[in-house]
Write a protein that binds this ligand. Structure first.
Ligand code: GDD
Ligand code: MN
Length: 364
């Protein structure tokens, strides 16, 4: 009986995400965008770069923004630093003196996290469109910003994000494999209505809507995703575009704790989102239900199945032992290994949330 329950749980665990992926790819991804982008729409834009100890990256980041073909007189950059212990704000100020880009460098005296810093920057921002971009990322092409903003010319769109390609190597190349599956889902969800997962590498918002959702939430580490989702819940679309590509630098050390922290933030985001699902716009509801299930519940079915099978195998059940061995041998396959790893991160992230460890904004 143990093993029957275990196999059922494992079946549900694997078949629901596969079915969701298949459906999103086969049905939603084929839909037209129904968005009227306008490349001549160039409102005033504020790009906010939050920094904490980014001395090695901030110059390159500002160079990358300066290389954008967005009209200079409509572009403002705010670097908001929170008490870095390296020379990040000084380097940004030096850079600004030698460049004709409009740059403000703000310093928070105490570090209270990325979202808090974004809100400080917001009170100084003059753009009609606000774009957040992490220091440890670059945009793939010179027209990335212009194409992101062009989508906001459509009044039905409230927020725009990129898809991601990792730079650097992750252990076992799991990050690279995970991204393909992940990016397809983001774009498919966006075509259907909105994606509830946004990226700090490029997250563009209509300023008016940021004010309506009371700026960036400081109660979850997924400030970008949660803000976008709150905007989507108001009926606007929050979309990831397949031709907006951001490069994300993978951490050179502490890869596992970085992934656990990311998962922890996503779990927080979906836990907060869950309460609002009943009042979600029609097109958004199935996406939120599926993603909340996949992040909050589904990983635990795998854990339960593994525990039940181990217990049965320990009692000498041959079938259970065989199923367990098969599950372990399959780890040789990269997509499977990638999936299992992501499930473990979600479980560890949930446990950390439950134990109250790791404040929302903690940076490792
Ligand atoms: N001003 C300020 N204050 N900036 C901060 C702080 C802070 O307390 N903590 C981090 N930052 C800056 C970093 O310097 C970097 O530019 C950016 O915020 C993101 O921080 P990372 O430490 O690189 O975060 P991450 O890579 O784990 O997570 C990012 O991606 C997630 C998913 O895409 C963040 O953007 C998350 O907000 C996002 O959910
Ligand atoms: Mn980062």
């Amino acid at each position: 009986i143990f093993e029957a329950v275990a196999l059922l749980l494992a079946f549900i665990h694997f078949s629901i995400p596969l079915a969701y992926y298949w459906y999103a790819k086969a049905v939603w991804l084929k839909k037209p965008w129904n968005i009227k982008a306008d490349l001549n729409y160039t409102p005033r834009v504020t790009v906010i770069v939050p920094t904490y100890n980014e001395a090695t990256l901030i110059q390159q980041k500002l160079d990358d923004i300066a290389a954008q073909d967005y009209p200079r007189d409509s572009l403002e950059v705010i670097v908001v630093d929170s008490a870095s212990t390296d020379r990040t704000p000084e380097i940004a100020e030096e850079w600004a003196r030698g460049n004709n880009l409009q740059v403000k460098v703000l310093r928070e005296p105490v570090r209270r996290g990325k979202a808090h810093a974004l809100n400080t920057a917001l009170s100084h921002a003059t753009g009609e469109v606000v774009v957040v971009s992490d220091a440890d990322s670059t945009w793939a092409t010179r027209d990335t910003l212009r194409r992101a903003v062009a989508v906001l010319a459509d009044p039905s769109v409230g927020a725009v994000t990129c898809i991601k390609v990792p730079a650097g190597r992750s252990p076992g190349r799991v990050e690279e494999t995970y991204r393909g599956y992940y990016n397809t889902l983001r774009v498919a969800e966006s075509k259907k209505h909105s994606t509830p997962v946004f990226h700090g590498e490029l997250a563009a918002f209509r300023r008016k809507l940021l004010d309506e959702v009371k700026a960036f939430p400081t109660y979850t580490g997924s400030d970008d995703s949660h803000t976008a989702t709150l905007i989507a819940l108001k009926g606007y679309r929050a979309v990831a575009l397949e031709d907006l590509v951001c490069v994300e630098f993978l951490p050179t050390r502490g890869y596992t704790s970085w992934r656990v922290r990311r998962a922890q933030h996503l779990v927080q985001h979906f836990a907060y989102t869950l309460k609002r699902v009943p009042r979600a716009p029609r097109g958004l509801k199935p996406i939120l239900v599926a993603e909340a299930y996949l992040h909050l519940l589904n990983p635990w079915l795998l854990l339960a199945a593994a525990i039940l099978l181990s217990a049965a195998a320990a009692k000498g059940d041959v079938l259970a032992a065989a199923a367990l061995s098969a599950g372990i041998l399959l780890l040789a396959l990269k997509p499977y290994r990638t999936w299992i790893a992501s499930q473990l991160y979600l479980i560890l992230g949930s446990l950390r949330n439950l134990s109250g460890k790791g404040i929302a904004w903690e940076k490792t």
